[in-house]
Design a protein around this ligand. Structure first.
Ligand code: AHR
Length: 329
């Protein structure tokens, strides 16, 4: 169980708590008992990945005795900012959040800093010049994920040229506009497909990381693009939505149109094992244990690495069949 450390040895934390108490108000969340109180501002519930991530955070908090104040921002930055401000008011011991978009966080993070409440970024990062606004960033390397997707396509280009016309036309289903994984997965993919002049992204549009979004965008791509060889979806959910649209158009996903996605949640892995997806780059949502560990250290005033990168695999169809029975999420 994690215990909030109140000894003088953790001066910075103690000063923070006292300063916050001195600013008025009687409901100091961190005074109720000696456990850590974490305010967590989640992005939303847009995908299977997010559901697994939320579960991992809630389960680990409970197991470790961390008092968790949790909010769901429904993919809206203003909701996340409101939640963070409310955690500052409640004087939690630590704030953790997964920023829905990369920019526009400096003001609220400065408020947290002034209140001496440490902030941990998890899953997604912020684009700010001032790295003193947060203690650490725990999450995937999204550029690397995009690169893995691009590498696979370059290696399998002959097979991906489904109509054998010497051109590999890719349509891209982007994640939420302005979100780190959308920006970075597009960048890493673009970088790698440059190795083969036959491969071209002919259309690219956001599906907001949702199944419904992926389906709608794919329906419109199927109407506007006469020759689609490959779908590159920034997450499984959008890829699964694209599968529905492709089947409704009378085509065979995974065969007539190759599909590459990111995440490797159970539904995605099932579609991969069934041959409807061709390749998945894993993005691990089970960040709860590492997050709580970092929170304990940060609250105790211990040094933590600026960046903690999660390790991830990739799956082809045979690997998905083998991995599915033990898949946790
Ligand atoms: O930030 C991680 C991404 O957000 C996941 O790949 C996606 O499924 C989620 O919505």
């Amino acid at each position: 169980m994690f215990r909030r450390v109140s000894a003088a040895a953790v001066g910075a934390v103690l000063v923070g708590t006292l300063a916050a108490c001195g600013s008025g108000g009687s409901s100091d969340a961190s005074d109720d008992d000696d456990s850590i109180t974490m305010g967590f501002a989640q992005v939303g519930a847009e995908s299977g990945w997010r559901t697994a991530n939320t579960q991992s955070i809630k389960d680990t908090a409970e197991a470790e005795g961390v008092t968790l104040k949790f909010s769901d921002a429904q993919q809206k930055q203003e909701n996340q900012i409101k939640a963070i401000r409310s955690y500052i008011q409640q004087k939690v011991d630590v704030i953790a959040f997964s920023p829905v978009v990369e920019t526009g966080w400096d003001t609220v993070l400065q408020e947290a800093k002034r209140a001496k409440i440490p902030v941990i970024l998890t899953d997604r990062s912020v684009d700010s010049d001032d790295t003193s606004l947060y203690e650490t960033f725990l999450g995937s390397d999204f550029v690397l994920e995009g690169e893995k997707a691009g590498d696979w396509l370059v290696e399998n280009a002959d097979e991906a040229d489904t109509d054998k016309d010497g051109k590999i036309n890719v349509v891209q289903l982007e994640g939420t506009t302005g979100a780190a994984p959308a920006i970075d997965r597009a960048e890493g993919f673009k970088e790698k497909i440059g190795a083969d002049p036959r491969i071209e992204v002919v259309a690219s549009q956001t599906g907001d990381f949702t199944r419904d979004g992926g389906k709608k965008v794919m329906e419109s791509f199927l109407k506007s693009q006469p020759d689609i060889d490959v779908v590159y979806a920034h997450n499984d959910d959008m890829g699964l939505g694209a599968i529905e649209a492709i089947e409704a158009a009378g085509k065979k996903p995974g065969t007539d149109i190759k599909i590459i996605t990111v995440d490797a949640v159970k539904d995605g892995m099932t579609a991969l094992a069934e041959g409807k997806i061709n390749f998945i780059v894993e993005c691990n949502p089970l960040l709860g244990p590492q997050l709580m560990d970092l929170a304990e250290k940060v609250v105790a005033g211990e040094e933590v690495p600026e960046r903690v990168v999660t390790e991830e695999a990739t799956f082809d169809q045979e690997q998905a069949k083998a991995a599915l029975p033990d898949r946790q999420y």
